[in-house]
Write a protein that binds this ligand. Structure first.
Ligand code: XUL
Ligand code: CO
Length: 441
């Protein structure tokens, strides 16, 4: 078996004092925090598409700039097999326990669906073989029903029923192989489920069809005994002008409206939340308070750019607040932190892919440590409890318990007059958060 990433060994933990770029400074997989190791808390995952497929292309340089150790392999299936090896080598060297893929990442599409599925089966066999002597597992599988031109008008929301059928066939197969590989989740990101203009769009039919599609998917998962978690990944725009799965709140409303909320949870991506004009923490919070936070696509955007830049997450403020939400929900069950992130076009060497992941893993490790202390010390909880204490007694308790209506509230107001307010203390809280970030070792 050939080694793809020569010159890079197993990435060690060397601690904050290290100046070795190929070492972790904060991510110490075996360090125990609150009864669980960092590795168990964080459940990192490598994204096949960004790491083994992407070439650093952009609109002004479609061919890309990346140099990869598999560049000389011509035959598409040989290339697919090589990438399986490369994926396991990469994850094992990083000590990342999971990876994620789209069906079309692992095996190239052939002329017919039947042939494509045969190719998938061959690659799945390879992955299964490789898994036998590796600790690396599948966090989630998904379908790419957006790159091929047949999905120009969408997949489940296409105006062509034949495309709906094609997409369903693809999800069926992708779900089967995800199950076969022991995948712990199956993700639905909306691809081109949205519209460019309402002038040609039957929005009601498209949304109803999307619900029908998801309902069929949930039925099929049950039928084949797939016990992974089904996840929807919200995104507000790109590739379409308006994506139906706009943000966490929209998706939750949609699932509840269609009686699907018992079957799906959410996969929240940082850069998608910020594209929806929310903070990452906002969408995580919305998912969490609805008991629907399943997994996370860990990355970050550039707030000066209006598109999905999928950068590696290095902002400790953000990773802290993200891990705060994860800890507050009691940690991940089947989900994890999938690096849906790519190195920049100018970072074209294979070693840059290690640097990107190391940076992200360290940022989340530090975020976990800070967040753990914030939760343990009840910093925000105590303040928030005090801030809402008016709902614990008297008229507030009556409101919460449904014992007061407009008449009682008017009577109360007439009797008590102008309410006394308390300060929100945002600046103090932000200063405390900074203190925790700076002082956590
Ligand atoms: C697209 C995106 C996808 C999904 C999986 O913005 O995030 O890669 O995570 O289809
Ligand atoms: Co994503």
């Amino acid at each position: 078996m050939s080694e793809f990433f020569k010159g890079v060994g197993k990435i060690p933990y060397e601690g904050p004092g290290s100046d070795n770029p190929l070492a972790f400074k904060y991510y110490n997989p075996d360090e125990v925090i609150g009864g669980k190791t960092m590795k168990e808390h964080l459940r990192f995952s490598v994204a096949y598409w960004h790491t083994f497929q992407a070439r650093g292309g952009d609109m002004f340089g479609m061919g890309g700039s990346a140099l990869r150790p598999w560049d000389d392999i011509q035959d598409p299936m040989d290339l697919a097999y090589a990438k399986v090896e490369a994926c396991f080598e990469f994850c094992e060297k990083l000590g990342v326990p999971f990876f994620c893929f789209h069906d079309r990442d692992i095996a190239p599409e052939a002329d017919t669906l039947r042939e494509t599925n045969k190719r998938l089966d061959l690659v799945v066999e390879r992955i299964k073989d490789r898994m036998k002597n590796s600790p690396v597992k599948l966090l989630w599988g998904t379908t790419n029903a957006f790159s091929h031109r047949r999905f120009t008008h969408g997949a489940a929301t296409s105006n062509h029923a034949e495309v709906f059928a094609y997409a369903a066939s693809q999800v069926k197969k992708a779900m089967e192989i995800t199950k076969e590989l022991g995948g712990q989740n199956y993700v639905f990101w909306g691809g081109r489920e949205g519209y460019e203009t309402l002038l040609n769009t039957d929005m009601k039919l498209e949304l109803d069809n999307m619900a029908r599609f998801l309902s069929m998917a949930a039925d099929y998962a049950k039928e084949i005994g797939f016990d992974g978690q089904l996840l929807i990944e919200p995104k507000p725009k790109e590739p379409t002008k308006h994506q139906y799965d706009f943000d966490a709140a929209t998706v939750i409303g949609f699932l509840k409206q269609n009686g699907l909320d018992a079957y799906f949870k959410l996969n929240i991506e940082a850069n998608h939340a910020t594209l929806a004009q929310h903070t990452f923490q906002h969408d995580l919070r919305v998912a969490r308070i609805n008991n629907m936070l399943g997994s996370i696509d860990a990355n970050q955007g550039d707030l000066l750019l209006g598109w999905d830049t999928d950068q590696f997450p290095t902002n400790i403020y953000e990773t802290t607040l993200a891990m705060y939400e994860v800890l507050k929900m009691g940690g991940f069950d089947k989900g994890g932190l999938n690096f849906d992130a790519k190195v920049r076009r100018a970072s074209f060497e294979p070693v840059d892919m290690f640097y990107g992941h190391i940076a992200g893993m360290d940022a989340f490790a530090k975020g976990l440590k800070v967040a753990y202390r914030l939760v343990e010390d009840g910093v925000f909880d105590k303040f928030i409890k005090e801030r809402y204490k008016s709902y614990e007694t008297g008229i507030g308790k009556d409101i919460v318990e449904g014992k007061a209506g407009f008449r009682e509230l008017e009577a109360y107001t007439l009797e008590h007059g102008e309410p006394q307010l308390s300060s929100g203390r945002q600046e103090v809280l932000e200063a405390i958060l900074n203190q925790y970030i700076l002082e956590t070792k």
